[in-house]
Design a protein around this ligand. Structure first.
Ligand code: SF4
Length: 68
């Protein structure tokens, strides 16, 4: 699985960076960027549960999990 952020919907509230701090970090404006620099970073299997939780809890419905 990969995590995709819809930048047109994201408002940078940071719920995802709190839930997925191993994968995501906030940029200078509070928007999530992948620590590995990928546009749609791969989700390590141990983080799949947290990634699904982040998708469910994103207030702007800006997160999506996509098949590799
Ligand atoms: S939780 Fe959603 S709206 Fe908030 S920073 Fe992450 S992707 Fe953006």
């Amino acid at each position: 699985m990969k995590l995709h952020v819809d930048w047109t919907a994201c408002d940078g509230r940071g719920v995802c960076t709190e839930l997925l701090e191993e994968m995501l970090v906030e940029d200078d404006w509070g928007f999530p960027v992948a620590r590995d620099g990928q546009r749609s970073p791969a989700v390590p299997p141990p983080l799949e549960g947290a990634a699904k939780q982040a998708v469910d809890r994103c207030p702007m419905l800006a997160l999506k999990l996509i098949a590799r």
